[in-house]
Design a protein around this ligand. Structure first.
Ligand SMILES: Cc1ncc(COP(=O)(O)O)c(C=O)c1O
Length: 414
């Protein structure tokens, strides 16, 4: 894997272009989501981006093709390496995350596994928040550990727990926040300073907050990863992932991506470009709904605990105010006395859907008694804050009063 890193600047079909800063297309996020990365089609004058399904691209002269495929000249030769529609998405997400360059992947897990594979070799150590997405935890426990990587899961709400695991061999720190399941936070800027001191890559999963509410690169993170499946595409009809980083890091990660092969498909890129145009509107609505729902739950006699960074009662509310522009669209809570109460509650819901995932236009809910964390032992669940009757809720963009009424009628039945 070291060889791969040295080879990065010579990657086949991998260019090192930075995104162009499009000052003329607006500086504010609500304008950028609409226009960033896109331009008027010079042939048709169409204002929307076309879907280019071509897997291969032809040139008048053989050397022109070789310049693109072998010698890093901007352009398209084969779609696993670069595709015109994916490229537009990559520019858009890079601009929104204030990075130099992006990559579109076939899923969030493809993005995360490709980044880890790019920067780690067996016997390297990685420090990971113990509240990471369970799929990331599984990837590290089931595969990377078996291949000889040393993985430390820590409670990252306290930076001292991270410091305690640092060795000369620490090569990567992976964090996410607000994090599953209790929407806990880590201090991104402080961890970024630490990562810089020890020259480790700081990778951050910004899926929950989205670039509307938080820009980790501005706080010192090296590589942002996303599950595009969630808020970015936003309508539960795309499985996708993304990275945003410096142009050099993009070339390194792309070199791995080209051979692991999990890149984003053109139709998914197009749906995501379209979805992102309403990202600010949707995320603001998700955030507004979540705040109202969290406040309603906090006052409800059948609710024991509510976790939402926008509540003053959240233990890290001040940190949330420091590093987030809005408190996000996820609310967790515990109802009744047992896991059965949580399951009975969600079974009584009418509008809110019992389904996994998050960041959809539709409200989605899961209870730990039946649909969530079934692979964890009771001890593991308690260690990350999952208490009896735990429910994870991703409010959609429906009218908040309808969502609250649905919750209220379901709670009245338990
Ligand atoms: C925070 C977070 N990161 C990564 C992933 C993985 O994304 P995907 O399902 O697109 O592979 C998920 C999926 O739920 C997630 O919630």
């Amino acid at each position: 894997m070291n060889e791969k890193k040295e080879d990065a600047s010579k990657g086949i079909g991998v260019t090192k272009d930075k995104i162009e800063v499009q000052e003329d297309l607006g500086k504010r996020i609500g304008t950028k989501v609409v226009h960033a990365g896109e331009s008027i089609n010079p042939f048709t004058r169409g204002i929307t981006t076309n879907i280019d399904f071509s897997t291969t691209f032809a040139y008048d002269i053989a050397d022109q093709w070789a310049d693109v495929f072998y010698h890093g000249k901007p352009g398209f030769a084969y779609s696993r390496h670069a595709n015109p529609t994916r490229s537009v998405f990559e520019k858009k997400i890079a601009i929104l995350e204030n990075g130099e360059a992006g990559i579109g992947f076939s899923s969030g897990m493809a993005a995360i596994s490709t980044v880890f594979s790019t920067y780690l070799k067996p016997s390297d150590e990685i420090i990971v928040t113990d509240r990471c997405y369970p799929g990331t935890r599984h990837l590290l426990n089931q595969y990377f550990k078996e291949w000889g990587f040393i993985v430390h899961f820590v409670d990252a709400t306290d930076i001292e727990n991270i410091k305690a695991k640092i060795t000369n061999n620490t090569k990567l720190i992976h964090m996410e926040c607000p994090a599953n399941p209790t929407l806990s936070l880590c201090d991104i800027a402080e961890i970024a300073k630490l990562a810089k001191e020890i020259q480790a890559k700081f990778v951050f999963d910004n899926t929950f907050a989205t670039p509307i509410n938080q820009n980790p690169i501005d706080l010192g993170v090296n590589i942002v990863v996303h599950s595009v499946t969630k808020y970015l595409s936003g309508h539960s009809d795309v499985l996708g992932g993304a990275t945003v980083s410096s142009a050099d890091e993009r070339a390194e990660i792309m070199n791995t991506a080209v051979y692991f092969g999990g890149v984003m498909q053109p139709f998914d890129a197009w749906l995501t470009i379209r979805g992102i145009k309403t990202l600010e509107l949707r995320v603001n609505r998700h955030t507004e709904n979540s705040q109202a729902i969290a406040e309603f739950l906090e006052d409800h006699p059948k609710i024991r605990e509510v976790y939402y960074p926008g509540l003053i009662s959240h233990p890290q509310h001040q940190l949330a105010k420091k590093q987030m522009r809005g408190f996000g669209g996820m609310v967790s809570f515990c109802t009744g006395k047992s896991d059965k109460d949580g399951v009975d509650f969600i079974n009584n819901l009418k509008i809110i859907k019992r389904a996994t995932s998050l960041g959809s236009t539709s409200s989605l809910i899961q209870a730990s008694g039946s649909m969530l964390y079934l692979e964890f032992t009771e001890e593991e669940k308690r260690s990350i804050g999952i208490n009896p009757g735990f429910v994870r809720f991703s409010p959609g963009i429906e009218d908040k009063d309808d969502i609250i009424e649905d919750i209220d009628q379901a709670l009245s039945k338990i």
